[in-house]
Write a protein that binds this ligand. Structure first.
Ligand code: ATP
Length: 622
């Protein structure tokens, strides 16, 4: 089995490149790792030393009058070595000076010391490894989150949220359990195996060859099971992703699911996926669980054959009883690490599957990022220009925007109107480069957005989205997270301008009140005013505003409207307009239809045109 495992190590295991890539995650922990490896080596040495240490104990225990001259293993099959002779003489002296009981006590004391040493270093190595294991997992999670923040939005429309969550939690954990465990085994076990093997060969080469013949045979049986584990593990994890997605969806859609009496419908959908996951994980665990009983049974079968064969050798006088027992002990010392290796082959497959899923996120290309030599921009001077801009979502059948020509002069407000799906949000998303146009260019003061530093570009813009995006944090942090250095006065005056100060000071802890998940402790209008305060505090020259469509009561509506007007003052804005009042203030109204500009002009001119815009206005007035 050992040979087979070794072969697996260097060939079948995706060790070569993947394990090397895994090593990169360990590099920051070189120092701790060196300490752990040193302790592992020391521990292994104690294990190896404890094997011959057992021999004098047994010899004394089963001693006959000439115990001091007990035949050494090498007397049987090898020439006497100098070391063995010295050992024999040493124990002979020990017996003579301390008597049988005294010598036994000393040998027992020595045994206790070796095991104390072994376990002390075992603990120390785990002690140094703990921060490495957890640190690597922490780094992986941190890298994943950072990567998620860097990835373009297009990545997320392709991926299920729950699937990403499960990569984040279950897969990273799996990497910890399996691969880290294997790393420990890789460092520690080879020394124990080599030491024990050397002892066994020294004691009796023929018995050793016999034992390894048996091990090889059982290795072939066990090895067969491991093959499909990686595939099954991947399937189970991705099913877990779907289950998590459904939980997310259920929590997010509770109001609607209850309102439409659709609890059973959702429960059935969930049940189907949940059953599938349970079946997949059952298949996986059945196969994995087979490893331990099978290896125990094979172990006992091998031990019995070995006992039978070894005892025959003892009866024939080839080796002594005590030496045979130490041989068995050495053999046992090998089977444990060998089992650890065997378990490692199972878990490495599972773990590599998980690591691949984690790395699929880590290595996903970031399509939208700074060009080499990206230009710095610190202010907006003149105009934004859309030049023949077209855009098509990946996997979409037709373009979302076609041939858009538009100029937004500094200080002007341009409103986008149009039916749902006309392309308004898509157009707004192109400005902060959430997506890049598939054809044409967008220029800021004559420079292509793709040539500018992304961070600088976004610093020029404020975004107020249709849905108020808030985080589970205090009011103050929700207003000031992009303007970390803002003083309390600045935050307060932004909140005043957004008509939010009044309600904030009546919250239990004022600006320090936690507003709950996505701001769930606030009303719709209050949430919107907080997002407006956030944009006011950032005070960007360019504003992208997607007006909320959700109806507010007229009092709240008035407060939000006034706050928005204040926000739009002296700014250049691209507004996705749902309210007529905003549209009337706009310097130009762009009417989008099926991704194209159908009409453009001021409110008055478009009304006079009696076209699509007028129809929209009249529909709204109904
Ligand atoms: P609404 O007023 O309903 O928000 P909109 O005018 O903002 O609509 P967009 O969201 O820009 O419309 O969508 C324009 C078109 O692009 C639609 O046909 C829509 O189906 C499609 N679309 C939007 N997002 C994606 C996406 N992530 N992947 C593929 N197609 C998309």
């Amino acid at each position: 089995m050992l040979t087979r495992l070794r072969v697996k190590c260097w060939t079948n295991w995706p060790l070569n490149t993947k394990m090397l890539r895994l090593l990169r995650y360990y590099l920051p922990y070189k120092r701790l790792l060196t300490l752990a490896i040193t302790c592992n080596i020391l521990m292994s040495l104690f294990v190896v030393v404890s094997i011959p240490a057992l021999l004098p104990f047994l010899q004394i225990l089963f001693s006959d009058p000439n115990v001091g001259r007990a035949s050494s293993p090498s007397n049987v099959e090898n020439d006497t070595t100098g070391l063995q002779h010295q050992l024999d003489t040493f124990f002979e002296q020990l017996l003579i000076s301390h008597g049988r009981e005294g010598a036994l006590l000393i040998v027992c004391g020595f045994l206790v010391l070796t095991f104390l040493g072994k376990n002390l270093f075992r603990y120390l190595s785990l002690y140094f490894l703990a921060p490495v294991r957890n640190g690597v997992v922490r780094d992986l999670r941190q890298k994943m989150l950072r990567k998620m923040l860097d990835l373009p939005l297009s990545f997320f429309s392709e991926e299920r949220k729950g699937d990403l969550m499960s990569r984040f939690s279950a897969d990273v954990q799996e990497v910890e359990w399996s691969i880290m465990g294997v790393m420990e085994a890789l460092v520690r076990e080879p020394i124990v195996i080599t030491g024990s093997l050397a002892y066994m060969l020294w004691v009796s080469p023929s018995l050793t060859v016999f034992v390894f013949g048996l091990l090889l045979f059982s290795g072939f049986i066990i090895g067969g099971i491991g093959k499909s584990l990686k595939k099954q593990s991947g399937e189970a994890q991705s099913r877990l992703g779907t289950v998590m997605s459904l939980v997310e969806e259920t929590l997010g859609g509770l109001r609607i699911l209850k309102g439409f009496n659709a609890e059973q419908w959702q429960s059935d959908r969930f049940g189907k996926e949940n059953d599938g996951y349970a079946r997949a994980i059952t298949r996986l665990s059945r196969r994995r669980d087979l490893a331990s009983p099978l290896s125990e049974f094979l172990g006992i079968a091998i031990a019995s054959v070995l006992l039978w064969y070894g005892a025959k050798q003892v009866f024939a006088g080839h080796i002594t009883g005590p030496i045979f027992i130490t041989f068995l002990y050495a053999f046992y010392s090998i089977t444990e690490p060998a089992k650890a290796f065997s378990a490692a082959t199972y878990s490495i497959r599972k773990g590599m599957g998980a690591l691949e899923r984690v790395e699929a996120v880590l290595d996903a290309p970031v399509a939208i990022r700074d060009a080499d030599n990206a230009l710095a921009v610190h202010d907006f001077k003149e105009k934004i220009e859309f030049k023949n801009v077209s855009f098509q979502y990946a996997n979409a059948e037709r373009g979302a925007l076609e041939n858009i020509q538009l100029e937004i002069q500094k200080g002007k407000i341009v409103a986008l109107v149009g039916a749902s799906g006309a392309g308004k949000s898509t157009m707004a998303d192109l400005l902060p480069r959430f997506y890049d146009p598939t054809a044409g260019q967008i220029l800021l003061d004559g420079k292509d957005l793709r040539d500018l530093r992304l961070h600088d570009l976004r610093a020029l813009m404020g975004i107020v989205s249709q849905e108020a995006i808030l985080f589970n944090d205090t009011v103050r942090n929700n207003i000031a997270f992009s303007t970390i250095n803002a003083t309390a006065q600045e935050v307060e005056s932004a909140a005043r301008a957004a008509n939010a100060h009044e309600f904030i000071i009546h919250l239990p802890e004022g600006y320090n009140t936690n507003i709950g998940d996505r701001g769930s402790k606030l009303s719709g209008g209050q949430r919107q005013r907080l997002t407006i305060a956030r944009a006011l505090l950032k005070n960007p020259p360019i504003l992208i505003l997607d007006e909320a469509t959700s109806a507010l009561d007229s009092e709240s509506e008035k407060l939000v409207q006034a706050a928005l007007e204040r926000l739009l003052e002296n700014r250049t804005a691209l507004v996705i307009a749902h309210r007529l009042s905003t549209v009337q203030h706009a310097n130009e109204i762009i009417v989008l239809e099926g991704g194209r500009i159908a009409e453009r002009g001021t409110h008055e001119s478009l009304m006079r045109l009696s076209g699509y815009y007028r129809k929209l206005v009249e529909l709204q007035a109904l």
